[in-house]
Ligand binder design. Structure first.
Ligand code: NDP
Length: 326
């Protein structure tokens, strides 16, 4: 028996509880993992609060990511004792996830944890940090390099944003951080941001084109903020868009694309091919400043996870929240 957060749906609505479950209740899979650490991501908060239909089948153990050690494996790629990390693939949405003592999953969903990253650091990075790395790789693919000029990160004090700021700074980029919490300016400067931009400056509908400013952007917010970032992106710049914390819509025009050759590069971490995941994790192991990673990370016991979920959706959680499991 081990503890797990379980989301269920009854006639009265959705319930979410921390309960003991037995190993034989776990779903099918060829690798059993002793979960060491999990985390709380925006999507986990959506799942637990029921604010968005993230969970596709009930009962469901949330947790879109975890790090752990292989306990049993009938998959030739893994053996007991291997350190692994899992992000996405519908885990925590349609297959039981990481907010539990054990997880049984398909081996092809697992990535071997690179040397140099501890199980704890792997989840301090988590899906947020791995997505931030995918965004950086998207910028690079489109020619946005450290000497290209100012690169802006929106939702900077959140999970993806915090890692994106630290990562870009470590790679030598000139990073600006957009935040609705200007009180977090020192925190963001500590992560490596050179300029802090008050989100209010980008929150009102603007002109189709603004003064050319950003060589690139990582956007976790969507909505009007993304539209304004696109309008202020320089000729042939690229915006990597991965989130919707500020809204699903995108009230923009084609002007940035057809007059400035701006690229809007979509980033998805859930179904990203394994080869790219392996590169992302290896690069995180090499590039990230682990002192800065620690500065953005808070630990939360499994017993407190359910209670904190709503504050995620209110944009009140700073940086990364990791959950010790075993
Ligand atoms: P967090 O809640 O940690 O961060 C989101 C940040 O966005 C907040 O901290 C806040 O930053 C800002 N924000 C919140 N509400 C608003 C609002 N109404 N308007 C503008 N900005 C707002 O979430 P994560 O970092 O975990 O995830 C960020 C987004 O990225 C989510 O939408 C998530 O679903 C998405 N995501 C997508 C992935 C993919 O594969 N495409 C993978 C991982 C995440 P501040 O206070 O600094 O302004």
């Amino acid at each position: 028996m081990f503890d797990a957060i379980v989301i269920d749906k009854t006639e009265a609505g959705q319930t979410v509880r921390l309960v003991p479950i037995a190993g034989d209740q776990l779903p099918e899979g060829d690798v059993l993992v002793d979960v060491a650490w999990s985390t709380l991501n925006y999507k986990d908060a959506l799942a637990m609060t029921g604010a968005s239909p993230v969970v596709r089948s009930f009962p469901m153990v949330p947790g879109v990511d975890f790090s752990g050690v292989v306990a049993e494996s009938s998959n030739p790629a893994f053996k007991p004792g291997d350190r692994v990390v899992l992000n996405g693939w519908g885990v925590g949405e349609k297959h039981w996830g990481g907010l539990a003592g054990k997880a049984r999953v398909r081996g092809e969903w697992l990535v071997p944890l690179p040397e140099g990253i501890s199980l704890r650091q792997a989840m301090a990075i988590g899906t947020a940090g791995y997505t931030a790395m995918l965004c950086v790789m998207a910028l690079e693919r489109h020619g946005v390099m450290p000497d290209s000029g100012e690169v802006v990160v929106t939702g900077a004090a959140g999970g993806v944003g915090s890692v994106a700021v630290a990562l870009l700074a470590a790679l030598g980029y000139n990073v600006s951080a957009v935040t609705g919490r200007v009180a977090e300016a020192d925190y963001l400067t500590g992560l490596g941001a050179r300029t802090i931009i008050d989100r209010a400056e980008l929150s009102q509908p603007g002109k189709p084109l603004a003064r050319e400013r950003f060589a690139g952007a990582i956007d976790v917010v969507g909505g009007v903020v993304l539209a304004n970032v696109l309008a202020a992106t320089r000729y042939r710049g690229t915006v990597a868009a991965c989130g919707l914390a500020g809204g699903m819509d995108l009230p923009t025009t084609v002007a940035p694309f057809i007059l400035r050759g701006v690229t809007l590069a979509g980033v998805d971490s859930v179904m990203c091919p394994t080869s790219e995941r392996i590169v992302a994790w290896q690069r995180l192991a090499r590039a990230l400043d682990f002192t800065r990673l620690e500065a953005m990370t808070a630990e939360l016991p499994l017993e407190e996870v359910i209670a904190i979920a709503p504050s995620f959706l209110e944009g009140k959680v700073r940086g990364r929240v990791i959950v010790p499991i075993n």
